[in-house]
Design a protein around this ligand. Structure first.
Ligand code: FAD
Length: 385
């Protein structure tokens, strides 16, 4: 039954909402209620993602979010009773311009300084043995981190949700939030299609729809949904199952083992904001063409499936992890711009600290406030795929 009151209401049942629910419930945060409009958890971006996890980011805060999260993901079974399917196959960024080389060398230095000693820069002759079937024409260098890799977003979301419930959180699916009431400059209630819940605290974990939830509360949130798509192939026995995750940075073409074949994606630089899961066939053909250039054996592969999902994009490719200054009790954990799954454990942890203690102590997230956009304090992430 939907309660009439809750101490904290979380909107959105993807990897972020379930993580925030778990870390709050673990701290004994009172009555924690998570609302999801779909029938099942993880049906938004969480259920349509490529499963990549990596330490290779270009800002300290993103690297720290990875350090905390990958520690949880790689030991997930111990804490959550279900494997997260972590496979450290490594991420190989292929670099094709001197400017990229300079930027990635600086990134490697930063990553090593912040706590990722495994990452390294590779000269061209060191790359070929790692990826013998990849066409390396025009590749001037690469970076490689063997502990980057893959994990399963669905297992992580279900594991977090299960433990959140066990620690007392209530999760209600098929419950759409349709309004937020405020009084005296703070959150007062959440209105759903099943009734109204009085609360003083809301956490907006609505991913690509975070701006719509913000609008319900009169808070402007610069997050837009942007379609991204990938396809999978039938079996490719020539590619070992532990083949590294390859990214051609200049085009954002990426591929990694998936089932018995490969998962292949690329970001369309001309995509415009919108809320559609329709496959763009023209761009699919461009992706296929580029993929066949870098991995010629794909010419013999059959496309097994196509998936489109939504990135939740902010102007600086960093999330908003903060309470809105204009509305007390309105927290936002959204806007991960295409790499959120891998940061979901850390997000739950820092949001629980922010809400319960007034400040995140595990990781300094103070620069990820909502007001940075209006005040021109952007924190740009360059390693966006
Ligand atoms: C094609 C693609 C590939 C990606 N690849 C990777 C990757 O390799 N690695 C990685 O780390 N990340 C990746 N991502 C990004 C990652 O999927 C997202 O950053 C992450 O899933 C965001 O999680 P979330 O919980 O914030 O959002 P979501 O999973 O979208 O959850 C938001 C939830 O809010 C619910 N909701 C919305 N409005 C309401 C309402 N009014 N009432 C109730 N519920 C509501 C939605 O139904 C949804 O379930 C990828 C994304 C896409 C699209």
């Amino acid at each position: 039954m939907l309660p009439k009151t809750a101490d904290i209401v979380i909107i959105g049942g993807g990897c972020m909402g379930t993580s925030v629910a778990y870390y709050l419930a673990e701290r004994g945060a009172g009555k924690v209620l998570l609302l999801e409009r779909e029938r099942f958890l993880g049906m938004g971006s969480t259920g349509r993602n490529a499963g990549g996890v990596r330490y290779q980011f270009s800002t300290e805060v993103n690297i720290r979010l990875s350090l905390f999260s990958l520690d949880v993901i790689s030991h997930f079974e111990d804490g959550f009773g279900i494997s997260a399917g972590y496979r450290p196959i490594g991420y190989l960024f292929l670099l094709t311009t001197p400017a990229e080389i300079a930027m990635f060398k600086a990134n490697v230095e930063l990553q090593r300084r912040v706590g990722v000693p495994w990452v390294r820069y590779l000269e061209p002759d060191e790359i070929a043995p790692l990826v013998p079937r990849v066409n390396l024409d025009g590749v001037l260098g690469a970076t490689f981190c063997p502990r980057d890799g893959l994990a399963d977003p669905n297992s992580v979301t279900q594991g977090l949700a299960k433990r959140a419930r066990q620690r007392g959180a209530q999760i209600e699916t098929e419950t759409a939030v349709i309004g937020i009431e405020t009084a005296g400059g703070r959150v007062a209630a959440v209105i759903t299609d099943r009734g109204t819940i009085a609360t003083r605290t809301v956490v907006n974990c609505a991913g690509p729809w975070a701006a719509t939830i913000g609008a319900m509360a009169g808070v402007e949130i610069p997050i837009v949904p942007l379609r991204r798509q990938f396809f999978t192939t039938d079996a490719l026995p020539e590619i070992p199952r532990d083949h590294t995750f390859v990214i051609e940075f200049a085009t954002s073409l990426y591929f990694h083992p998936e089932g018995a074949g490969l998962l292949v994606g690329m970001s369309n630089p001309d995509e415009t904001p919108g809320d559609t899961y329709a496959i763009d066939e023209e761009f699919h053909c461009k992706t296929l063409e580029r993929a066949m250039y870098r991995l010629p054996l794909l010419e013999n592969a059959r496309v097994a499936s196509q998936t489109a999902g939504l990135y939740e994009v902010t102007p600086d490719a960093h999330p908003i992890l903060a309470q809105a200054r204009a509305l007390a009790g309105f927290y936002i954990a959204a806007g991960f711009s295409g790499h959120g799954f891998q940061h979901s454990p850390a997000t739950g942890r820092v949001m629980s600290e922010l809400i319960l203690d007034g400040k995140a102590t595990t990781i300094d997230i103070s620069m990820l406030d909502l007001e940075r956009f209006a005040e021109g304090r952007l924190v740009r992430e360059m390693n966006v795929v």
